[in-house]
Design a protein around this ligand. Structure first.
Ligand code: NAD
Ligand code: DAU
Length: 352
């Protein structure tokens, strides 16, 4: 997409990655009109984007992508030129206990959004774009060797992964059937500020701070490929502006860690930051029952994104992790609000 004036709808912009994408676009493109559509579920927090909420090119709309009628009306009125779709249920453990919520939001919600986008642009798709943000989990699990590429066959293993895979298939099917202009990106594990403390890194920072046990699933030898969230937002910016329609890009940090190795690095940083005896945090590690159907290894080949669009991570893992720990330690109110649920009052205060 070119950088001329346009109306961009970002869904899920009050969540972890979405809030960084909102910040990237609101500050980077003052001539765009950015609307953040979010249902403010347990994972959505307007405090995540407090720094940009008064920007002239930013609006917030509280709404649910499961509500097809609401989306049709909204798009009919606003005729957004582009959508960057991040709204989703995102936590694998929750998908194991409540798969239907994931199917309804991630599959039906995505279909509702595309139906509204198509209805608003039935005359012409000229200059329009539907950007679907997805995950590497759609590819399933790797053995010891190899990387996920854009042509790796889909083999999702959790209800979350299957719901995201279904939504990816639907996006491509809408492109093929209705000519909907789209791009998709599939990213590896993100870490950074504003991540809900149910995911590994913020949960463990929170637990170490509160001297609570660190629950390591199974043998701790599961491998993930970690990317600093700001670098994901930068990649989305590049793909949004430069990718050819119909393309898929994998995004990752070339940064594989077993969970146990990562946890030990995190423990060392926390001991230093909290001025504790070396080894204190690691004493909190406990091996617990494994996650059902736990994928053994994810690792992304982000070579296409680097070759085609020149993107590369800007931050090393050591720098990113240090910044992340610093952010959580210097924002105890944020952690307090999300763990107590008090942040949900913020919407009432801000928007009545
Ligand atoms: P998150 O759970 O932190 O945020 C999700 C946001 O979506 C929240 O603000 C929530 O309120 C909103 N939302 C949920 N259901 C909604 C609904 N029905 N209607 C409107 N809004 C709704 O998630 P995240 O980790 O920021 O992930 C964002 C996207 O990126 C997801 O699509 C996820 O699949 C994808 N992704 C995440 C990662 C990761 O490591 N976190 C990696 C790759 C891809
Ligand atoms: O790969 C991208 C995906 O990364 C995203 O699509 C998901 O939205 C995001 O949640 C993340 O999924 P994971 O399941 O990999 O992330 P999580 O932080 O839940 O777990 C990371 C690893 O740590 C995984 O192997 C499970 C393990 N783990 C996690 C938790 C919460 C533990 O050992 N203990 C824990 O308490």
């Amino acid at each position: 997409m070119t950088e001329s004036k346009k109306k961009v709808l970002i869904t899920g912009g009050a969540g972890f990655i979405g809030s960084h994408v909102v910040r990237q676009f609101v500050t980077g493109y003052p001539n765009y009109e950015i609307t953040n559509l979010d249902a403010l579920t347990y994972a959505g927090n307007l405090e995540n984007i407090r720094d940009v909420e008064n920007a002239e090119n930013y609006h917030f709309v509280k709404g649910d992508i499961k509500d097809a009628g609401f989306l049709l009306e909204l798009f009919e009125k606003e005729k957004y030129d582009a959508v960057i779709h991040l709204a989703a249920e995102s936590h694998v453990d929750r998908s194991i206990t409540n798969p239907n919520e994931f199917i309804e939001t991630n599959v039906m919600g995505t279909a509702n959004l595309m139906n509204a986008f198509l209805a608003a642009h039935q005359d012409s798709f000229e200059g329009k774009l539907f950007y679907h943000v997805s995950t590497d989990e759609v590819y399933g699990s790797l053995g010891k060797e190899g990387l996920f590429t854009e042509t790796t066959p889909y083999d999702p293993q959790s209800p979350y992964a299957a719901s995201k895979a279904s939504s990816d298939h639907l996006v491509r099917a809408y492109g093929n059937t209705y000519g909907m202009p789209f791009v998709i990106s599939n990213c590896s594990n993100n870490y950074g500020s504003h991540q809900f403390p149910e995911k590994l890194i913020p949960l463990f920072i929170h637990n170490i701070k509160n001297k609570k046990e660190l629950p390591v699933y199974g043998d701790g030898q599961y491998t993930r490929d970690w990317l600093y969230v700001v670098d994901h937002a930068r990649a989305i910016d590049e793909i949004f502006h430069k990718a050819k329609l119909g393309q898929t890009y994998n995004i990752g940090g070339f940064n594989e860690w077993t969970n146990l190795d990562l946890i030990h690095v995190l423990c060392k940083i926390m001991d230093r930051k909290l001025d504790q005896e070396p080894g204190s945090s690691a004493q909190l590690i406990r091996f617990v029952k494994d996650r059902a159907g736990h994928d053994r290894r994810y690792a992304i080949d982000a070579g296409k994104l680097n070759r085609d669009l020149g993107w590369a991570p800007s931050v090393t893992f050591e720098e990113g992790l240090e910044k992340t720990v610093d952010w959580y330690l210097s924002n105890p109110d944020w952690l307090e609000h999300v763990t107590s649920g008090a942040y949900q009052d913020y919407y009432e205060k801000m928007y009545g």
